[in-house]
Design a protein around this ligand. Structure first.
Ligand code: SF4
Length: 436
């Protein structure tokens, strides 16, 4: 069993890619804290369907409220922020990312590195797949009176396809709504060649990410594509997609993973390298952030590795075929938004998960259903039952929340996971007996 509790094993040496990422994030938040002095303009926008390349082409700095909320969750600050937002009038049912963000703003807007996050110069509402995004920015508009707003509506893939008309609809909005607002706020003229250059880096980044998330096809998997995967997608989701720093980071990470494959090593956990891979799982739904370490430990203590997850595709489905095209810069940004996981319809999500389970040779499928995230939770039972029937695979269902610690019940989740793993164990034994 992959359990290692000695003090020695707790001292996990940081790999170079981890240091690179820490430096990148540190620099971004430093730049944000200095934005008013340096004159850099600040754009608040969302992770799914984010168009960071366009923001970068205007030399502006992005802020992602979901990232601040999840960081607050990991730093045990979200309960207080959520309380603030509830006192302000937000009900218990509102998405806890929203309440955490608004609570943080009402408490001084201090970001994850302890530095103040500046007020927005532009709210870029790239509305992709989740209606809550619209309500969220309506609230921010009230809290930052006079702020510029640009709306980019992404058509939902209700029929499971992207038509040329859908792309043109988005390009029109980019040309007539988003770019003029960005020119006005930044005082910089739109430069298509600059955008193309940035997109060339996005392609390199996308290709590396695809290769990284393909590596769990190895047995044992060299990475955990969910618990470590959420760190791996960090740079593309916080505004570095399209930068040379992101290309360097993903190249370094990929090299480190290749080395692990060469040595036959499993994933690195907070307590060292996992010794034995007992179960391979595909997971649907975001993780819980308030007890992230305890949550992850429930898996690696029992030798369970997540080989693919839907959540790591929330900022782009590169490993499922999408790639930016610098020769069609605006069309490509539009297609990126429409291809995000939260913008896929239910049959598409089911097909994608089926592909993951089959191609990554998963032993089971697990859903972490998030109490306050309708965008992920709606339809999850249908997803689960369909995959169970189609693939005759053991399925499991647990419930928690993103950043509200009131909805993380350790004992309850542990119980359910233990029964799920028992079921997987029995099935494996049965399969072995059949072979003998
Ligand atoms: S409901 Fe879910 S997808 Fe929508 S904003 Fe909240 S966490 Fe994000």
């Amino acid at each position: 069993m992959a359990k290692s509790n000695s003090k020695e094993s707790m001292k996990v040496e940081k790999e170079k890619s981890m240091i690179l990422q820490k430096d990148m994030v540190g620099k971004l938040f430093k730049d944000l804290s200095m934005a008013k002095q340096t004159g850099k303009k600040v754009v608040y926008t969302f992770v799914p369907g984010n168009i960071s390349e366009l923001i970068l082409s205007f030399d502006m700095l992005p802020v992602y409220p979901e990232i601040n909320a999840l960081q607050s969750g990991m730093r045990k600050l979200s309960a207080g922020y959520i309380r603030e937002a509830e006192k302000y009038g937000h009900s218990e049912d509102v998405c806890t990312y929203v309440k955490c963000d608004i609570g943080m703003m009402l408490s001084g807007n201090i970001g994850p590195t302890g530095e103040k996050i500046p007020d927005p110069d532009l709210l870029l509402l790239s509305y992709t797949g989740c209606f809550t995004f619209m309500k969220w920015f309506e609230n921010l508009e009230d809290l930052y009176p006079g702020v510029e707003i640009a709306m980019l509506h992404t058509p939902y893939q209700s029929r499971g396809e992207i038509t040329p008309e859908m792309t043109q609809y988005m390009v029109k909005q980019l040309k007539e709504e988003v770019i003029p607002k960005m020119e006005k706020v930044s005082g910089i003229k739109y430069d298509e060649n600059k955008l193309k250059g940035i997109l060339e880096n996005s392609v390199k980044t996308g290709e590396l990410i695809s290769k990284i998330f393909e590596t769990p096809k190895n047995i044992p998997s060299p990475i955990d594509a969910y618990f470590a995967g959420v760190y791996y997608i960090g740079p593309i989701n916080i505004g570095f997609r399209g930068t040379p720093e992101a290309v360097d980071y993903y190249q370094e990470l990929y090299n480190e993973i290749l080395l692990r494959i060469e040595k036959g090593l499993g994933p690195v956990t907070p307590e060292g390298v996992m010794k034995e891979e007992k179960f391979r799982l595909v997971v649907e739904g975001p993780p819980n952030w308030t007890s992230f370490r305890e949550f992850w430990k429930l898996f690696y203590d029992l030798g369970a590795v997540i080989v693919a997850s839907s959540y790591t595709k929330v900022g782009g489905v590169y490993d499922m075929g999408f790639m930016h095209d610098p020769e069609r810069p605006l069309e490509s940004l539009a297609e990126y938004c429409m291809n995000c996981y939260t913008n896929l319809n239910l049959p598409q999500r089911i097909d994608l998960l089926e592909k993951c389970i089959t191609e990554y040779k998963a032993d089971g499928f697990l859903i972490n259903s998030i109490k306050s995230c309708n965008s992920f939770s709606a339809g999850q039972l249908l997803i689960m039952r369909t995959l169970e029937e189609r693939l005759e695979i053991p399925v499991g269902f647990i419930e928690s929340d993103l950043v509200d610690p009131r909805y993380f019940s350790y004992a309850n989740i542990k119980n359910r996971l233990e029964s799920f793993f028992q079921m997987l164990e029995q099935r494996k034994m049965f399969a072995k007996q059949k072979v003998v």
